[in-house]
Design a protein around this ligand. Structure first.
Ligand SMILES: CC(C)(COP(=O)(O)OP(=O)(O)OC[C@H]1O[C@@H](n2cnc3c(N)ncnc32)[C@H](O)[C@@H]1OP(=O)(O)O)[C@@H](O)C(=O)NCCC(=O)NCCS
Length: 197
């Protein structure tokens, strides 16, 4: 997999969108492996415990992380963006529903380590997940995004996802109700060629 120069920590951690000067990172994207699991858990556990970027609330221990990886062979890959051996972000595709009829509809996850956000890494991972989904002949990718998560909404919009619904106050986390925006990118032949979603 080729390496991509990316600027580290380019956006303020307050989500303000202000760009900071920083040094470039050489980042590559590859399949996740067991050696990555501690770093993936560190990224995930912070979001699960302390932020509303995910509606999940449970941190993952070592055993849970191993189970997570085992649930992600092709055609539901787990991938990491790495700078050397350091995991700066990860992403995955999962079945959208645990029913055979939904086997070709997948849901994506993308998580970038704090301090490396706003530098294009989310885009790098999501583009690779879309490429893998097309290669695996999936039909749609879905994303379920808490509606205040402007970075994720923007990221998905930039990669061809369109909002297909909003669940009003379906998730309660960190003392408040959250709306959940559902976005979809269709991958069928017509949508691929005409860019109609
Ligand atoms: C959401 C997330 C994956 C985006 O990844 P990223 O590397 O920070 O985003 P990118 O640099 O690739 O930017 C993607 C787009 O979002 C925009 N964006 C990024 N951060 C933003 C922010 N805080 N506010 C508004 N827009 C933002 C970028 O400008 C870019 O849009 P553009 O191409 O029109 O300029 C990352 O911020 C993250 O891991 N957040 C915490 C976990 C999370 O929310 N995961 C998604 C759960 S659904």
């Amino acid at each position: 997999m080729p390496e991509h120069p990316r600027r580290s920590g380019a956006r303020g951690s307050d989500g303000s969108g202000r760009r900071r000067h920083s040094s470039p990172l050489r980042v590559s994207v590859r399949d996740a492996c067991e050696a990555d699991l501690d770093q993936i858990a560190a990224i995930w556990n912070h979001e699960a415990l302390w932020t509303d970027s995910t509606t999940d609330t449970e941190p993952r221990d070592e055993a849970t992380q191993r189970e997570w990886l085992a649930r992600h062979p092709e055609p539901y890959p787990a991938i990491v963006a790495v700078a050397g051996k350091h995991v700066v972000g990860y992403g995955s595709l999962s079945p959208y529903r645990p029913k055979p009829a939904f086997a070709q509809t997948v849901e994506d996850s993308v998580y970038i380590e704090g301090g490396h956000r706003g530098a294009g890494l989310g885009g790098l991972i999501l583009a690779e997940l879309v490429r893998r989904a097309i290669a695996a002949d999936h039909h749609s990718i879905m994303a379920r995004i808490t509606s205040r998560n402007t970075a994720s909404l923007r990221l998905h919009e930039r990669h061809g996802f369109r909002t297909v619904g909003v669940e009003r106050q379906t998730a309660f986390k960190l003392g408040r109700w959250h709306d959940v925006t559902i976005m979809q990118r269709r991958l069928d032949a017509r949508a691929r060629t005409s860019n109609a979603h």
